[in-house]
Design a protein around this ligand. Sequence first.
Ligand SMILES: Nc1nc2c(ncn2[C@@H]2O[C@H](COP(=O)(O)OP(=O)(O)OP(=O)(O)O)[C@@H](O)[C@H]2O)c(=O)[nH]1
Ligand SMILES: [Mg+2]
Length: 148
Amino acid sequence: MKQVGIFGKRKSGKSALMYALTRQKIIQDAGFTAMEIGGVAKVMLVDTVGVDVEDSSAEKSAQSVEVALMLITNDSCDLELAWINKLRRSGVSVIVVISMADTFADGGKALAAAVEEVSGQQTFCVSAETGSGIIELDAEINRRLARG
Ligand SMILES: Nc1nc2c(ncn2[C@@H]2O[C@H](COP(=O)(O)OP(=O)(O)OP(=O)(O)O)[C@@H](O)[C@H]2O)c(=O)[nH]1
Ligand SMILES: [Mg+2]
């Protein structure tokens, strides 16, 4: 089974996002059975320890995922950017996520633009709290899985 890993610092909303994506999947499966018949990939979502934890388990998870979500919550994100490069070099498809978007007055747009500038990657603003951006992120995960 293909694995999608959720990475980010401690308390960046990894577990909450995993729950939100899972809930989205259940709603979709109930509402759009045709998509399921059409062959939506069954994937394993893997929650991880913070990339800022001195522990090799996030590194281990990184070795078994096809797609990685890298959560960013503020502009102190050198560690996350380093991880994005490392993951991409090892062939992992990385989706950059501005998490807890509801905590920003602008929904995370300014941070997203700054991260897009330095990483050269499209970013997705999501909130596990309000559900904003979850459908779009789910669609992107499926696109990446279909590509790989
Ligand atoms: N406002 C808001 N709070 C959030 C959101 N996602 C998570 N939180 C809160 O942020 C805190 C950390 O969320 P977690 O999902 O536990 O974060 P985590 O990255 O799994 O944390 P660790 O596993 O301890 O590293 C919790 O109090 C959540 O309720 C969000 O989208 N919006
Ligand atoms: Mg967690």
